[in-house]
Design a protein around this ligand. Structure first.
Ligand code: GAP
Length: 454
């Protein structure tokens, strides 16, 4: 599947128009690689994170939630290998000084097997093929670029006060491994789970919320006996897929891809990506990595604190190994949004709607009086609205424009049901319920409405 530019434009424009996602710092011309979630985006995102947390934390006995600080002691990032190894290859346009990911630029120029190339090999290909920047200018040599945002903590800006905005949430869990073991004495295998922001100074952020500089991750570090890593790896890969299915994403758009050694992160001995058919093509959505004891052993060495675990029953002393299923929240949001985007025709007119599953829709039900200047209709509609709001929470009051316009607006934000109170309601205590996907309408008695919508 290749990039569908028109579809991307339609999705980005709908996301802005309807309050899902705005460009970051837009009134000042934006800030590359940052996006702001608007009112409906926040709710959709929360519906995704709530499902994730209830599935993987509340729904299990072997998982412990964590919410660690974003700023961490710089030694964490030295020990984890991110100071030395979290690099991307960078080239600079010698005239405009714009910077590009060298590997992406080569791929755009149809160079094959880029991921296995050394920097020298990339330089050779650039020279041999006369590859220029997208503006047609000469390029610098390829060099390493560390993607962590560096900052200083406190009033003094020297080497001792250096810290980084975390590039993954994972380390907040590794440094708390011992704390959780001491507080809860969990049996192996068990996991730590965290949802939070991560930051990467991507050389070329692009494709809407697919590649951003400030992102959100939902991560699990699952601690296992080293002999059992493969069975747990396979299990978690399946669990990741099941979660995507629970989000209503179709199986045929989900692909597992074995990540070759040269493409794996510095901490991983074995990785699978879960790729998805986005409008920009088939791309990485989730990752699953076998991190071995890379992190715990390294923190043990650098901090001098034991990360050993005594296996109950056998008294064997081990440093547990780690399976890491990681979920990018922005990409998951993008997958849900792009998959929901649907166009059809109603009464000879083009219609755009978001076909969210009801459990994810930011607005579950919209309630309207047929006419907003008829107090008796408004009063009855308010009663229905209050009852539904108590039960479902995300219920919208909508009395703007005529009923046709309301339906179109609710279709565009993916509201599965619209409830309309009309003059007949005052007689028969029934309302019209309109189904987003079929546009069919049925009369439902108010006493049965909540049960019907549930
Ligand atoms: N702790 C492991 C880790 O961070 P990763 O593959 O680098 O692994 C995990 O990132 C997930 O985070 C990815 O699968 C992707 O969904 C998301 N992600 C990574 N970089 C991103 C970026 N620049 N913009 C949006 N999402 C990103």
């Amino acid at each position: 599947m290749s990039k569908d530019v028109n579809l991307m434009e339609d999705i980005v424009s709908l996301a802005k128009r309807r309050g899902f996602i705005y460009q970051g710092s837009e009134i000042y011309g934006g800030l590359a690689g940052t996006w702001d979630y608007g009112p409906l985006g926040v709710t959709l995102k929360r519906n995704i994170t709530n499902l994730w947390w209830s599935t993987f934390v509340d729904g299990r006995e072997d998982m412990f939630g964590i919410d660690a600080a974003i700023l961490m002691n710089q030694k964490v990032w030295q020990a984890s290998g991110h100071v030395g190894g979290f690099n991307d290859p960078l080239v600079e346009d010698l005239k405009t000084k714009k910077r590009y990911r060298a590997d992406h630029l080569l791929e755009q120029n149809n160079v094959e097997n880029v991921s296995s190339m050394t920097f020298e090999q990339m330089n050779e290909v650039i020279k041999d093929r006369g590859i220029k920047s997208p503006d047609g200018n000469e390029l610098s040599d390829v060099r390493q670029f560390n993607m962590m945002f560096k900052t200083h903590v406190g009033a003094v800006e020297d080497e001792t006060s250096v810290s980084y905005l975390r590039p993954e949430t994972a380390q907040g869990m590794f440094v708390n491994f011992k704390n959780v073991v001491d507080s809860f004495y969990p049996d192996l295998p068990f996991g730590l789970a965290q949802i939070g922001k991560a930051f990467r100074n991507e050389i070329s952020p692009r494709d809407f919320i697919f590649r951003v500089r400030e992102l959100e991750q939902m991560e699990i570090e699952y601690f296992v006996h080293p002999d059992e890593w493969k069975q747990h790896f396979d299990y978690w890969l399946d669990q990741q897929k099941q979660f995507l299915l629970d989000l209503g994403l179709p199986e045929e758009k989900i692909h597992h891809v074995d990540v070759p050694e040269e493409d794996r992160a510095h901490y991983s001995k074995y990785s699978f990506d879960t790729e998805f058919d986005f409008p920009i093509g088939q791309k990485e959505l989730l990752g699953c990595a076998y991190r071995t004891d890379h992190d715990l052993a390294s923190h043990m060495k650098h901090s001098g604190k034991s990360m050993e675990y005594i296996v109950k029953g056998t008294n064997e002393k081990i440093v547990p190994h780690v399976i890491e299923p990681t979920f990018g929240l922005d990409r998951t949001f993008f997958a849900v949004l792009s998959n929901a985007y649907t166009e059809d025709e109603v009464n000879g007119e083009k219609r755009v709607y978001l076909k969210f599953p009801a459990h994810l829709a930011p607005v579950r039900v919209a309630v309207s009086p047929l006419l907003k200047n008829k107090p008796e209709l408004v009063e009855k509609a308010r009663e229905v609205y209050s009852t539904l709001k108590k039960e479902f929470g995300n219920v919208m009051w909508d009395d703007n424009g005529n009923i046709g316009k309301r339906y179109r607006r609710q279709d565009e934000i993916g509201t599965p049901y619209c409830v309309v109170i009309d003059f007949d309601t005052l007689e028969d205590n029934a309302v019209t319920v309109r189904n987003r996907d079929t546009t069919e309408q049925e009369r439902v008695n108010i006493a049965e409405l909540a049960a019907k919508l549930r």
